[in-house]
Design a protein around this ligand. Structure first.
Ligand code: 2P0
Length: 321
């Protein structure tokens, strides 16, 4: 009744921000992401009839606040397996947790894959997508590798799949880490505040599907420049909605903005690259592998950048033990 899985974070090119159903954690909009290959979460789940409570350890510390979300996820697995055993969950990230690097995505993707194997449920991909999504809206995307599309389906749920395998179109991703501190406002709280208070939220939802469909078409055409334009704009649209929430959500630091300006300057000088920023101050720059050193040097030159993590595209969540 024990299994270990690895899952890798993903970064959305076309962002998810806001929910249409908070109880089922259904996103208001679809999203398109890339799964990273060089940083990850390793999670072991062990169900044990002798335990009287679930125990959750994140990076060797017993967790309180994240515990409820993990317990809810385990409850759904217990219900499917028809057992009441509690579990020990041990999870470790080799990157900052809760700082806009998609640790909840890789964390819950690893958890559902490990729990499924530990209980020998052999659930299908659609069921794993639902179980991951209800815990964290971005987690289904880390179940798959390469370029991944998460869409609302006509039946009131979501579906998720890889639209292109990682080796088919190699990319480099450079993450400029400007802070290791956890964010002050969680994505979940930020999204709900945006939905209820930003005057731009309805336009964000109305204009989103066109961005998503255009991005998928440009992946099919391998048009890096057009995809980059769409992705950078989707990121800035999301932050415009966040910034115009009440109270305003400003996830950037000065260094984040300076990194963004450097990427735009590089692009003006003829280097194909674009950026994205999530609910934290790290900046993610995307480029083709031949430009990765130039992009890295440009980000490293910004005061306030603590380090640059380099990644390629990666695989979906998988069992390792
Ligand atoms: C994304 N983010 O598409 C967007 C962009 C953050 C900024 O998906 O509330 O932590 O658990 O569903 O999964 C963060 O989403 O939020 C996220 P919940 P989650 O990557």
């Amino acid at each position: 009744m024990r299994a270990t899985a690895i899952a890798q974070p993903n970064i959305a090119l076309i962002k998810y921000w806001g929910k249409r159903d908070c109880d089922l954690n259904l996103p208001a909009v679809g999203s398109l992401s890339v799964t990273l290959g060089s940083i990850g979460t390793r999670t072991t789940v062990e169900f044990d009839a002798t335990l009287n409570a679930d125990r959750v350890y994140i990076n060797e510390q017993e967790a309180d606040s994240a515990n409820r979300r993990v317990e809810n996820c385990l409850d759904r697995f217990r219900e499917k397996a028809g057992i009441a055993h509690k579990a020990i969950v041990t999870t470790a990230n080799d990157f900052p947790t809760g700082a806009g690097l998609a640790s909840s995505a890789s964390g819950f993707a690893a958890l559902v894959v490990a729990a499924d194997r530990a209980l020998e449920l052999n659930l299908g991909a659609d069921e794993l997508v639902d179980l991951a999504r209800i815990s964290s809206g971005s987690a289904p995307r880390s179940l798959f590798g390469g370029f991944v599309l998460l869409e609302n389906d006509s039946g009131g749920g979501t579906r998720c799949s890889s639209v292109l395998a990682p080796e088919t179109w190699p990319w480099s991703i450079m993450i400029a880490v400007t802070s290791d501190a956890p964010k002050k406002v969680s994505s979940t709280d930020g999204m709900e505040s945006s939905r209820t208070t930003s005057p731009y939220f309805s336009r964000w939802v109305e204009t989103h599907d066109a961005d998503l469909q255009a991005a998928v078409a440009n992946i099919e055409k391998r048009d890096f420049e057009k995809l980059g334009e769409l992705a950078e704009r989707s990121c800035l649209k999301m932050h415009a909605v966040a910034m115009t929430s009440s109270p305003p959500l400003l996830y950037w630091s000065g260094a984040t903005l300076e990194c963004a300006q450097n990427i735009r300057e590089l692009r003006k000088s003829g280097v194909s690259t674009f950026f994205s920023i999530d609910a934290g101050p790290q900046l993610k720059a995307f480029c083709l592998p031949e430009n990765s050193e130039m992009v890295r040097e440009s980000l490293e030159s910004v005061p306030g950048v603590l380090r640059v993590i380099s990644s390629k595209l990666g695989e979906g969540a998988r069992i390792v033990e």
